[in-house]
Design a protein around this ligand. Structure first.
Ligand code: DAH
Length: 357
C-alpha cells in the first residue's frame, strides 16, 4: 500500500494537465482501478486482516482523491493566471479611429487666406469675441444712435441687475481688432484678423455665428488703388484662377470713407454654387479707406497716416470655392458632410505647393 501511495502521489505531482489527472484517476481509484482491484481481495482475507486492510484502503483512496482534486484546482489556477497574463489589455490607450479626421472647410479656407496675406506681408492679429461696445461700435465711428447698431442684429450680454454700464456684445464683426491692433502696434501696420462673429440672422447664406477676416494696412501715402490691387490679388490667389469677375460697388460704412463693397459673379443653377459664371452676384466683402476718426481712435495721427481696411466673409469664400450651397450645413456637425467636404489635416496650404490639393 505504501508503494501504491508513493506511486500515485508522485504521478499526481508530475501531472501537467487535466487529461493526465483524469488518466491517473481512472488507473488508481476508477471502477477498474488498482484500488478497486485490491478492495476485491478483501473477501479472501480473514476478518482480522480485513479489519485493518479495509480502512487502510479506504484511507488511501481518500488521500489519492483529495490529491487529485488539489492538483486539478492548482492546474486551473495556473491556467487562469496564464490567461490573465496573455490577455492583458491597457484600457487607458486611446481608441483607434476608424478613419482620420478632416479639416473643416472654414479652417481650410482660413489657412489658405492666411497663407496668401502672409505672402503680402500681413501678420495675424486676434481679439476677443466678447467685446465692449466701445471697440465694437464707438471706436469705429458708430455712435450710440447710429442705425448701423440696429442693422447688425447685435447679441447683447446680460448685465447684473443695477449695473448700468453699457453691456458687452458678441462682436458683430472683426473690425474691432483694427482698433486693438493699432493700439498695440502703432503705425505702420499690416494685419489680418480672422475669427468668429455673431449676428441674429438665419437663412441659406446667414448663420448666427459666422467668420470674417479683417484686413488693415496703415502707412504713409496709402490709396484706394493699393486696396483694389490687394483685393484682386487675394481673390485670384484664393480661387486659384487668373481671372475672377469682381464688382466694386460704392457703398457706405461708418468706419471707411470712401467705402466699397465687392461682389463675385456666380451661379446657383441646379442648386450648385459656381463662381465666374451665371448672372448672380454674391457679396463677399466690405472695404474702404479707414476713416480719420477710426485711425485717431486707434491712437495714430490721421494727419500723418492713411490706410485701407476690408472685412471678408470667410464662410462665403468657402461656399464659393468648394461649391457648398447652404451655409447652415457648415455648423450642423454632420459627419457625412464633414467627410465629404473635409480636407486632409496635414496638408498645410501654401502658395508654392498649391492651396487646396
Ligand atoms: N465690418 C463690416 C461688416 O461686418 C465689414 C467691413 C466693411 C470691414 C468695410 C471693413 C471695411 O474693414 O473697411 O459688415
Amino acid at each position: 500500500m505504501d508503494d501504491l501511495k508513493a506511486k500515485y502521489l508522485g504521478q499526481i505531482a508530475e501531472a501537467a494537465d487535466e487529461a493526465a489527472i483524469e488518466a491517473i484517476r481512472v488507473a488508481a481509484v476508477g471502477k477498474k482501478g488498482e484500488i478497486a482491484l485490491m478492495m476485491r481481495e478483501l473477501g479472501k482475507m480473514t476478518p482480522e486482516e480485513r479489519q485493518t486492510a479495509g480502512p487502510a484502503l479506504n484511507a488511501l483512496k481518500d488521500e489519492i482523491n483529495s490529491a487529485l482534486a488539489a492538483k486539478k484546482a492548482a492546474l486551473a489556477d495556473a491556467a487562469l493566471d496564464e490567461r490573465l497574463r496573455s490577455e492583458w489589455l491597457d484600457v487607458t490607450l486611446p481608441t483607434r479611429p476608424r478613419r482620420q479626421g478632416t479639416l473643416h472647410p472654414i479652417s481650410q479656407a482660413s489657412e489658405e487666406l492666411t497663407a496668401i496675406f502672409a505672402e503680402m506681408g500681413f501678420a495675424v492679429a486676434e481679439g476677443p469675441r466678447i467685446e465692449t461696445d466701445w471697440y465694437n461700435f464707438d471706436a469705429l465711428n458708430i455712435p450710440g444712435h447710429h442705425p448701423a447698431r440696429a442693422e447688425m442684429d447685435t447679441f447683447y450680454m446680460a448685465r447684473a441687475e443695477g449695473d448700468n454700464r453699457p453691456p458687452h456684445v458678441l462682436r458683430t464683426h472683426t473690425s474691432p481688432v483694427q482698433i486693438r491692433s493699432m493700439e498695440l502696434q502703432g503705425a505702420p501696420i499690416r494685419v489680418i484678423c480672422p475669427g468668429g462673429v455673431y449676428r441674429a440672422d438665419y437663412d441659406q447664406t446667414h448663420t448666427p455665428m459666422f467668420h470674417q477676416v479683417e484686413g488693415l494696412a496703415i502707412d504713409k501715402g496709402i490709396s484706394m488703388a493699393n486696396l483694389k490691387w490687394t483685393l484682386e490679388e487675394f481673390v485670384k490667389a484664393f480661387f486659384e484662377v487668373d481671372d475672377v469677375e469682381l464688382r466694386f460697388r460704392a457703398s457706405h460704412f461708418p468706419f471707411t470713407e470712401p467705402s466699397a463693397e465687392v461682389d463675385i459673379r456666380c451661379s446657383w443653377e441646379g442648386g450648385q454654387l459656381k463662381i465666374g459664371e451665371g448672372d448672380d452676384w454674391l457679396e463677399i466683402l466690405g472695404s474702404g479707406m479707414v476713416h480719420p476718426k477710426v485711425i485717431a481712435a486707434g491712437g495714430i495721427d490721421p494727419d500723418v497716416y492713411q490706410g485701407f481696411a476690408f472685412g471678408i466673409g470667410i464662410d462665403r469664400l468657402a461656399m464659393l470655392k468648394y461649391g457648398i450651397p447652404d451655409l447652415r450645413a457648415f455648423f450642423d456637425s454632420d459627419l457625412r458632410w464633414l467627410r465629404h467636404y473635409g480636407f486632409a489635416a496635414l496638408d498645410m496650404p501654401n502658395l508654392h505647393g498649391g492651396l487646396s490639393r
